[in-house]
Design a protein around this ligand. Sequence first.
Ligand code: ATP
Ligand code: MG
Length: 365
Amino acid sequence: MAKNIILTGDRPTGKLHLGHFVGSLRERVRIQESGSYDEMYIMIADAQALTDNADNPEKIRESIIEVALDYLSVGLDPNKISMFIQSQVSELTELTFFYMNLVTLARLERNPTVKSEIKLREFNNSIPVGFMTYPISQAADITAFKANLVPVGVDQLPMIEQTREIVRSFNNTYKKEVLVEPEAVLPNNEVCLRLPGTDGKAKMSKSLGNCIYLSDPSEEVKKKVMSMYTDPNHIRVEDPGKVEDNTVFTYLDAFCTDEHFAKYLPEYKNLDELKAHYQKGGLGDVKIKKFLFNVLEEVLTPIREKRKIYENKIEEVYNILERGSNKAREKAQETLREVKEAMKINYFEDKELIKSHIEKYDKGE
Ligand code: ATP
Ligand code: MG
């Protein structure tokens, strides 16, 4: 039976937020706990983060430990999975270099996620080559582990498609089924595909400063929730309100359960009842925001507590990352060896090649 191998990761450009949690982290932990996988690798993508932060390596360096702490605090378990740092597995860079020959510039320029990120970063005509090609490096990350499942947010779908194309192209060109085509694992809940920021903007993103971080203290979360974007036309309590594109309701869709109602808002049975009341009018924003705050606190309190424990064991966290990086390197080395063999650039191991050249020049004498 085919193996289930999972690879995902995050850019160490800051701490992780609720978007990461619903888009990918929660799914990773679920898979980890289900035990329905053979190998799982979680990568801190520092090399990728440097593609648009070349002038600020200190930010990346500082964020690696933050991301690792966030991983451990949501329940990713180093005894069950390997957590590693991308730049410490140099085989990934080598694979990227070979895959570059299988992708056209026009193909890279069509990637919608990269396009919108270029706009966001205001690169204009000064796009770093490394940034433009990061989807290829992502293909290297995924294929190095022969991952078939990649739990990600919806913005990553173009990267998975690009990876699948590279896999097909590689296996066709070099006539050997070395690489494995991966599939994205998306969250079931529609709103979790791309959680909006607290400002109601398209996506909660470190780069946009509209995040609730997993490590935010309680008071900070309260402040952010109380100033969240709702329905701008819902001015007085008695006004009917809109729940679509109302960020508070989007977050409730992502996080709240019927048990939360029983505990914090027993006058409603579930979210449908709350929405109906809001749409009819007579329900104020403060009330729904207070409820959301309670719901988020239930999610975040155990995460914060676990983080505290690991914050006091930083050396152990670095050991976890080092062990994970060693394990990841072993696996990537194995794939790189097969890749070079398929490409026939394993000159010193290819005894046939050497023999044939001896014979060629023997004849010439
Ligand atoms: P940056 O601004 O540096 O790109 P980011 O906040 O977009 O940071 P990434 O490290 O690029 O975060 O994304 C890591 C993973 O989290 C990806 O799988 C991505 O799809 C997912 N993700 C990020 N933001 C969200 C979001 N708002 N909703 C759902 N998933 C998200
Ligand atoms: Mg991103």
